[in-house]
Ligand binder design. Structure first.
Ligand code: S5P
Length: 267
């Protein structure tokens, strides 16, 4: 039951360098907060990241929404990640055949693999998407999350689709270290290898004081996500940068996520 283990104990279960680092840094920073900074200019992205960097363990980006992305954006994000000790997760949601995603991950203007420690993929195309991304990501010590479920109303990622994400992850554990999902999945199908397994669950659709956004997003609280559903990292976007004081908001979510984790592991 890995959700009852501490993040420090779980760091030891991971061979993938980015996954191991994530667990170690959660313990060190006493945070399981990922901020999703969905803004459209480089200056705004860097300003917000500089302000909230001390409170987060993962910065989640949508790099293709920046109107003025340049190579220096990646340099500055990497500098802030080193300064404030967090990982960068490009929420690219790859969804094509292996050969195409390899190119999308390594090349183009964004060169995602060169700066993002974590990225994610849909499994619509089948397992080849993971194989293709792994050819680029494994040599760079990156890791991948599969979208097993989504937070939005009417999502088709349910039932057998979600189970297939678990099966694919189990077959590709060197690179595929966890899921974007709404609850833990390991218990849904027996693990035939008999080996101890541990996946990271990063969960969006988190906000205090709102149930949704009118465009299908559905929100739950950090407590529901971490304590009741056993997820590991809360992903908060507009709850942090949407209104009010950025730093105060980040502190509130850091504390709410961490308190729920402490309660879960009985510390
Ligand atoms: O199921 C999902 C998966 C993702 S990665 N639901 C989501 O909302 N996301 C992303 O999380 C979404 O693309 C956005 O960047 C963030 C949620 O932002 P918020 O402002 O609603 O907290």
């Amino acid at each position: 039951m890995s959700q009852l283990k501490t993040y420090a104990e779980r760091a030891a279960l991971h061979k993938n360098p980015s996954a191991k680092r994530l667990f170690e840094l959660m313990e060190r920073k006493q945070s399981n907060l990922s901020a999703s900074v969905d803004v459209t200019t480089k200056a705004e992205l860097l300003r917000i990241t500089e302000a909230i960097g001390p409170y987060i363990v993962v910065l989640k980006t949508h790099i293709d929404i920046l109107s003025d992305f340049d190579a220096d954006t990646a340099v500055q994000l990497t500098r802030l990640a080193d300064k404030h000790d967090f990982l960068i997760f490009e929420d690219r949601k790859f969804a094509d055949i292996g050969n195409t995603v390899k190119l999308q991950y390594s090349s183009g203007v964004h060169k995602i693999a060169s700066w993002a420690h974590i990225t994610n993929a849909h499994i619509v195309p089948g397992e080849g998407i993971v194989k293709g991304l792994a050819e680029v990501g494994v040599p760079l010590q990156r890791c991948l999350l599969l979208l097993a479920e989504m937070s939005s109303k009417g999502s088709l990622a349910t039932g057998e689709y979600t189970l297939e994400a678990l099966r694919i992850a189990r077959r590709n554990k060197d690179f595929c270290v966890g899921f974007i999902g709404q609850r833990r999945l390991e218990g849904l199908i027996p693990n035939e290898t008999g080996e101890e397994e541990d996946f990271i669950y990063m969960t969006p659709g988190v906000q205090l004081g709102s149930k949704g956004d009118g465009l299908g997003q559905q929100y739950r609280t950090p407590r529901e996500v971490v304590l009741e559903c056993g997820c590991d990292v809360i992903i908060v976007g507009r709850g942090i940068y949407g209104s009010g004081d950025l730093v105060e908001n980040a502190k509130v979510y850091q504390k709410a996520g961490w308190d729920a984790y402490l309660e879960r592991v009985g510390r």
